[in-house]
Design a protein. Structure first.
Length: 460
């Protein structure tokens, strides 16, 4: 059976309440029953004790000392709930009994001393007790007392049926009330569902209305609104990224098409063909590089797992990156100065650290002057690996700092250097993936200092 959320809440509440009410009703019934029986037993005990003082034990018989007085007392007193008294021997043979028993006999039951139990007398329910009668320490017989409990049993029966009738009625009423209250309390959830179903990528600016009370539903609504905000920001970034990527790819393609169309309009010299083909190859290489970097960004969006990276020494990463930049270093006659601390046991994630250092070193070499100097220093401070890369190149203008990590953004004075503005975007995302921190300082015309602070992977 499938129930909606409101009915499930009401049902769970009723199940718990049913158990509590059932326990309460049983406790009430038992308490009333025990109280009634305790009162009857006290009266019965009093009567037996009183009549035990009015008997005589003589040899093998027991009898009332003054039975005529007992008969007269019963005749004069109007007894609403008469007490029946009977005297028997140890085998149950009747010696004497109160006049109100007439032809009836109370049965001797093998039970303990001063015990109370229910029995029947002339098809009527009575509460019965037995008192051993002793002489010289020997039991000579028993005094049996009994009181009618018909009225008590009628009262208990009415109480039982009243509780049995009230039990389901109370549960039904409570179920309806709890269902109504549950529906009222979860109505904000219906509003949340309605709002979230209405929101699409075309109206991500809409938000769930916050409840007036700052409770769990308020926290849920706030969390959904924050999620929608992050989704909207991601969609905006995706839209901007797609537009920038389209522009970056469309422009060289347009230029390439234009050059090729001009080339085939008429016969040209071999040198012109070679010049156009070489230009076309440069454009293709630039587009290929841009696509490769876009793929790197896409792979990082798919959460490349750092846990599977066994780590590598940072000195090894720097050597790999310098080997990749060897041709550019030789072309510009760049001098590279290295300073390493002893870092024999501190490893960093290989995949992402290569992305970071390759781009930072590439920028330092790209924007250095001919025969310039690039300084690389690595040291461990407070358990963190600090890698400082310093160049003495063109530097970065202050107004460009806020846009450095924006995809496809290029500083105004960098148009002469090859690139597409994706490098530092890759650096920032890679640093976020491994929890690295980036610090950059630059003075226009004097150079740039980039500090990358890595969290080492400790291996035994």
């Amino acid at each position: 059976m499938k129930l909606n959320f409101r009915n499930r809440i009401a049902l769970y509440y009723i199940v718990v309440t049913a158990v509590i009410i059932l326990g309460t009703f049983i406790s009430i019934y038992l308490l009333v029953r025990n109280t009634i029986y305790e009162s009857i037993d006290a009266d019965l005990q009093f009567e037996i004790q009183k009549h035990s003082q009015e008997i005589t034990i003589a040899k093998d018989t027991i009898y009332f000392t003054n039975k005529a007085e007992l008969e007269e007392r019963e005749h004069l007193e109007v007894q609403v709930n008469p007490v029946f008294i009977q005297i028997t021997d140890t085998l149950g043979q009747v010696f004497d009994k109160s006049p109100n028993l007439k032809e009836d006999i109370l049965q001797l039951v093998a039970t303990g001393e001063n015990s109370y139990f229910n029995s029947e007398l002339s098809h009527k329910s009575v509460r019965q007790a037995q008192l051993p009668l002793t002489k010289n320490g020997k039991v000579k017989g028993y005094m049996i007392g009994a009181l009618s409990i018909n009225s008590a049993l009628t009262l208990l029966s009415k109480l039982k049926y009243t509780l049995l009738i009230l039990y389901p009625l109370i549960l039904i009423v409570l179920f309806l009330i709890s269902r109504y209250l549950a529906g009222k309390n979860i109505s904000p959830i219906a509003n949340i569902i309605h709002t979230t179903n209405r929101i699409t990528r075309n109206n991500l600016h809409e938000r769930v209305q916050l409840p007036e009370t700052e409770d769990e539903l308020y926290a849920l609504s706030s969390a959904i609104n924050e999620l929608l905000g992050r989704v909207q920001a991601a969609m905006d970034r995706e839209k901007a990224f797609t537009m920038d990527a389209s522009h970056e790819l469309r422009t060289p393609l347009t230029n390439l098409r234009g050059n090729l169309e001009v080339l085939i309009r008429k016969e040209r010299a071999t040198s012109e063909y070679e010049k156009t083909v070489n230009y076309s190859l440069d454009v293709i290489d630039s587009m290929t590089h841009t696509l490769e970097q876009l793929l790197i960004l896409a792979r990082m969006d798919k959460a490349h797992l750092v846990e599977n990276d066994e780590g590598i020494l940072i000195t090894s990463v720097i050597n790999i990156c310098l080997a990749r930049q060897k041709w550019f270093i030789e072309q510009k006659n760049i001098q590279v100065k290295l300073e390493y601390d002893a870092l024999e046991h501190s490893l960093i994630p290989e995949y992402y650290s290569q992305l970071i250092l390759d781009n930072i070193l590439g920028n330092a070499i790209k924007y250095s002057a001919e025969a310039g100097l690039v300084e690389i220093a690595v040291q461990e401070i407070n358990g963190l690996i600090h890698c400082v890369i310093k160049d003495h190149g063109v530097g970065i203008a202050e107004e460009d700092f806020d846009h450095l990590y924006q995809s496809f953004y290029r500083a105004k004075d960098s148009s002469g250097a090859p690139g597409n503005g994706l490098g530092l975007s890759i650096v920032k995302k890679a640093a976020e993936e491994i929890g690295a921190r980036l610090e950059m300082k630059s003075i226009k015309g004097k150079g740039t200092v980039v500090t990358i602070i890595f969290k080492p992977i400790l291996r035994e």
